[in-house]
Design a protein around this ligand. Sequence first.
Ligand code: ARG
Length: 473
Amino acid sequence: MSDEKASNSMWGGRFASGPDAIMEAINASIGFDRKLYAQDIRGSLAHAEMLAKQGIISAEDQRQIADGLKTILREIEDGKFAFSTRLEDIHMNVEARLAELIGPAAGRLHTARSRNDQVAVDFRLWVKEELQRTEAALLRLIAAFLDRAEEHAATVMPGFTHLQTAQPVTFGHHCMAYVEMFGRDLSRVRAAVERMDESPLGAAALAGTGFPIDRHMTAAALGFREPTRNSIDSVSDRDFALEFLSIAAICATHLSRLAEEIVIWSTPQFGFVRLSDAFSTGSSIMPQKKNPDAAELIRAKTGRVNGHLIGLLTVMKGLPLAYSKDMQEDKEAVFDAAETLDLMIAAMTGMVGDMTVNAAAMKRAAGSGYSTATDLADWLVREAGLPFREAHHVTGRAVALAEEKRCGLEKLSLEELQAINPAITVDVFSVLSVGNSVKSRTSYGGTAPGEVRRQIRYWRKRLTRGATKSKSR
Ligand code: ARG
């Protein structure tokens, strides 16, 4: 091992000399796949136990292998393991150390296995565990939103389309829109875990093996629902990584839209929310400033997460079946996206829980921009029997008049309104206030406070049901 030019002890049988230094640099993945050490050792423990039970290796060899692997796990966790680039990846680093520790029995571990199914099972285990972390993080974020929505079920704010004032909504309703979005992310996480819950271990290089292995046993030992059905697909499939990245990209995109809203809302011009000191920074030159850096960084990191998705899709798109070394490039993308997304969700959860909502500023803004014009048109249809198109036209004239007089719709006099359409009565003023406007929107999923509270109850119930379901799994 001290001879730098010696051929690789794992596959060097037909090689006279070792790789060029540049070859080693492009080939090695130990710099990042060491993250898979726990999954790699778990996979090997399950494999060795199965080999012994099937009589493929002796019970004594299996005992030595298991002891050795457990020692290696401790060494890595204590920071005492010497990772070697010459040994390429986590799989060969562990196996070489096993040989140092237990001698020839180590060479029996790789019976009926290849690094191709080994890396596939290790990586699936890792992604599955990461998705469970994502699930927990999303649940915390949704809980933070449900609390804010409950507090502000009746807090009126302007609703926007084209970022132009459209109609009054409640802040609770707006919060619940994000609950729907993160709720879909949550269901995507759960569905992806369900789909990837199959063990590729035992597919060997690509064709399966002639040894009498028990793939159901290793699948169960590793916590998978069942083994994969096709050995070629088992070693060439990276859908689980792509699905993780697409879930991450969609979730990051949701976070980014919210981050953008927080940036807008926290400007002095809007003043809808004030971020806590814990989630903002000051300027080194302008003492008055409080910057929404966390929101800005969440918005920016979305580019990075989305980039990883496109990166891996591009790696995979031209690969013939089954395994190609290209697939080694799957890991850095997933690891970085996972770390980034975890941080983004945590920062957003903190920000949403901490921010102060300025209900007065929201209400003031809700009343500007003729936000109740649709209410006037609806009133003309309902109470005066006008066809909606005509009501739309009448309302347009009222808005033009208010604009000319630089006042709100509710400040026009009854006489002025009747001059536009004589069917208008004093009754109309009841729908021109923003509070009455939101209260009237009682359609299923609408912005009326009662309706928002119904949505909150729905999610609270659904999330407790989901929790009992995943516990019983
Ligand atoms: N380090 C490799 C990867 O991450 C492991 C599989 C290598 N297999 C092989 N036949 N070279 O993909």
